[in-house]
Design a protein around this ligand. Structure first.
Ligand SMILES: Cc1ncc(COP(=O)(O)O)c(C=O)c1O
Length: 393
């Protein structure tokens, strides 16, 4: 389908297909097969020399995976995508594909915990160094770049403090220096933000979150405009490290994508109401949500995002015990890591998603023990507010 003629909600349902499904089925089949059969050695030669794009083995490619990759590529305004078995498989494979011994990667001070571990503990084993800067302070960020810098990596909005990084300004500093800019777009989803539109080289997701939307898949995906890079990432890294997505998970993600737009609109509507309620509550302080006018990232978020998302972080007055009290008491919100599901999920980053960080790192990005992160779900918002309100005693 010609992507230019259609809007996001339509592309999320139709993009990337190659004509009719077998037997005129409305939905694509799940190609639940590990291997594919050749007609002859002639056929083998054609496929293995990329003269034909027929399939060989599911670790390299599979029609269900290809459909998911094509659809994600359309939704992120890219030219190609690679699906992975998890967000972390996507992140680690991307970083390993771009960096060589002696290089360094400049990362924002707020990062998802496992990404931080890959950068500070795994890449360093191969003599790939890292520098940490606060990307909201562009001068500090620029000073961290040197002639060994090959990758700039950040999330926006950041996990868990919802800081917003000005994508265009970062790209402007990186360009002309042969540095690849990589953005983790998990919190915004492609519905609210398309980093490639601002000149970013590579955008990636934990597809486990909003892309799936139902808490039943772990997956990841990388999208880029550079098709040559996508081929290299797929065949030299995804395929060789072996972090392949299963055809069934690709099919579930295709199903999730069909409702991405409508889900994101409702998630956001709920989040705005909950953020306003929390802001006015006398037992809560420091509500971090990009859609609040007094939040420091508000104006950049308004400029580069089409909506503010549905993750809210805040501090409970009175410290860790009070925060624990809240998450232990809630009945509707579920105490769990992850985000982007229909269910409202609540967690304590200090004790859960970000517990791998050393104390100095937590202090650097202002993560306190009394911080609570909520992924606002799709329940009726009055019920969610009531649940939080009754638990804040
Ligand atoms: C922003 C962000 N990036 C990456 C990941 C890792 O994704 P996965 O759990 O699918 O490996 C997560 C997981 O929570 C995340 O929140």
């Amino acid at each position: 389908m010609d992507k230019k003629n259609y809007k996001f909600d339509t592309l999320a349902i139709h993009a990337g297909g190659e004509g009719k499904n077998p037997h005129n089925a409305l939905n694509p089949p799940i190609f639940q097969t590990s291997t594919f059969v050749f007609d002859s050695i002639d056929h083998v030669d054609k496929v293995m020399s990329f003269e034909s794009d027929d399939y060989v083995y599911t670790r390299g490619n599979n029609p269900t995976l290809r459909l998911f990759e094509n659809r994600m590529s359309a939704l992120e305004n890219g030219n190609g995508a690679v699906a992975f078995s998890s967000g972390m498989a996507a992140i680690s494979s991307t970083l390993f594909s771009l960096l060589e011994p002696g290089d360094n990667v400049v990362v924002n001070s707020t990062l998802y915990g496992s990404t931080f571990t890959v950068i500070t503990k795994l890449l360093t084993k191969y003599n790939v160094n890292y520098k940490i800067a606060d990307f909201t302070k562009l001068e500090q960020f620029e000073q961290a770049i040197d002639d060994k810098t090959k990758v700039i990596y950040f999330e926006t909005p950041c996990n868990p403090n919802l800081e917003i990084i000005d994508i265009k300004k970062v790209v402007n500093i990186a360009k002309n220096r042969s540095i690849k800019v990589v953005v983790d777009n998990t919190f915004a989803s492609p519905y609210f933000q398309n980093p490639l539109d601002f000149g970013v080289d590579i955008v990636l997701h934990s597809a486990t979150k909003y892309i799936c939307g139902h808490g039943d898949v772990v997956g990841g995906v990388v999208v880029s405009n550079d098709l040559q890079y996508i081929q290299k990432l797929k065949f030299d890294y995804m395929c060789e490290f072996g972090g392949v997505m299963s055809p069934f998970n690709a099919w579930l993600l295709l199903r999730g994508l069909k409702t991405l737009g409508i889900r994101m609109r409702q998630h956001e509507q709920n989040a705005i109401k909950l953020a306003k309620f929390l802001e006015s509550h006398n037992k809560i302080q420091n509500v971090m949500y990009p859609g609040l006018k007094n939040f420091k990232g508000y104006s950049v978020a308004k400029e580069q995002m089409r909506g503010f998302g549905a993750i809210i972080t805040f501090e409970v007055k009175g410290g860790y015990d009070k925060a624990v009290n809240l998450v232990n008491k809630v009945k509707l919100a579920q105490l769990a890591v992850s985000l982007g599901d229909c269910e409202t999920l609540i967690e304590l980053p200090f004790a859960m998603t970000h517990r791998a960080y050393p104390k100095e790192a937590l202090e650097r990005f202002g993560l306190t023990e009394s911080m609570v992160r909520i992924s606002v779900g799709l329940e009726n918002i009055e019920d969610i507010i009531d649940d939080i309100d009754k638990s804040l005693i």
